[in-house]
Design a protein around this ligand. Structure first.
Ligand code: NDP
Length: 329
């Protein structure tokens, strides 16, 4: 395993980490979760990602029971939660001091830990002043219930505002952002946050590195019955595939498969290695519904060295979506 600093913080996070969205509770029960987490941990993964909204708390319950059962030293791993979608009532959602406080305490109970290493604001809350959120996160840090806080899918402007408020008030600002990043979705990580890696010292824990599985090539002949896009509750992902853009994505994955073949590696490994190649990525969060997928994906680090300038150019030619910084001429 390789370890990277989480932005400018002193925290060393494994370059590959493991998350439970969609999978835990829906596809993965407690027994398989234990096998998956053990395999990840034994491969050097030290970060396990979760959120209050995943399977409406069931995902954290499963992870918490596995953590308790396995009894790893609390100083050997990082676990996260995210706050935003806690329930239907007005006090159960968003980023108010009230919901941040309640969500943190509920996650601690479900995950059976005394503190969260990372706590994310799962989306920006346009109906809550950012200062209220910064103060609430800082309080949890002061109380020892959270170590680092961050954002997910915030705009650069919102992150800069939070960092500025924290700096002005002598509070702890956001350490990391959790954006989607993969060969098909690049804008935020490569363009929008461009300056924040230096100015804010932003770390990134990136999600859906395989675009929910599209970048494995598994959707080239339709939707397999045992795949994520066939799950009844994930119609929105299925619908996306049926648009023109979705079909283009599948075609791109097929062309990337040819590059992977030439290199003698699998497409999932190539797609994950491509994410790892970006130095602004602190950790790539893996998702897996079965052990064989996780084992394959954990080997992606071996492929990074094969991504020479020439290979990266070849991939770029297939993708044709490199975000462009404004030209100075
Ligand atoms: P991916 O894009 O890597 O998708 C993972 C899924 O792809 C698996 O569950 C599996 O689905 C399929 N897959 C994975 N590896 C293989 C393989 N080698 N061969 C074939 N199929 C494979 O990641 P996720 O979308 O799961 O995201 C990873 C993590 O990121 C989440 O668990 C969560 O922690 C975080 N996340 C955060 C979000 C946020 O808003 N902050 C949003 C989404 C995710 P299947 O077998 O069912 O087809």
């Amino acid at each position: 395993m390789q370890y990277r600093r989480l932005g400018s913080s002193g925290l060393h996070i494994s370059a590959l980490s493991f998350g439970s969205w969609v999978t835990f509770h829906t596809q993965v029960d407690g027994t398989l979760a234990k096998q998956l987490m053990t395999t990840a941990y034994e491969a050097g993964v030290n970060f396990f990602d979760n959120a209050e909204v995943y399977a409406r708390g069931q995902s954290e319950l499963i992870m918490g029971s596995v953590l308790e059962e396995l009894g790893w030293g609390r100083d050997t791993y990082l676990v996260s939660s995210k706050v935003y979608w806690g329930g239907d009532r007005p006090t159960q959602k968003g980023l108010s001091r009230k919901h941040i406080h309640d969500a943190c305490h509920a996650a601690l109970k479900r995950l059976r830990v005394d503190y969260l290493d990372l706590f994310f604001c799962h989306r920006p809350d346009l109906e809550c002043p950012i200062e209220e959120t910064v103060r609430a996160m800082n309080d949890l840090i002061r109380q020892g219930k959270v170590l680092y806080w961050g954002t997910s899918e915030w705009t650069a402007e919102q992150i800069v505002e939070a960092a500025g408020i924290a700096r002005a008030l002598g509070l702890q600002g956001p350490t990391m952002e959790q954006p989607q990043y993969n060969m098909l979705v690049r804008e935020k990580v490569e363009l929008e946050y461009h300056r924040l890696y230096e100015t804010v010292g932003l770390g990134t824990t990136i999600w859906s590195p395989l675009a929910s599985g599209i970048l494995t090539g598994k959707y080239s002949k339709g939707i397999p019955d045992d795949s994520r896009l066939a799950l009844p509750d994930y119609k929105f992902l299925r619908d996306q595939l049926e648009t023109e853009k979705g079909r283009e994505r599948v075609a791109t994955a097929e062309r990337l498969g040819e590059v992977a073949d030439e290199l003698g590696v699998s497409l999932p490994k190539l797609a994950l290695a491509w994410c790892l190649k970006n130095p602004h990525v602190s950790t790539v969060i893996l998702g897996a519904s079965r052990l064989s997928q996780l084992e394959e994906n954990l080997a992606a680090l071996e492929v990074v060295d094969q991504l020479t300038d020439e290979v990266m150019e070849r991939i770029e030619a297939v993708l044709g979506n490199k975000p462009q910084l404004p030209s100075r001429f």
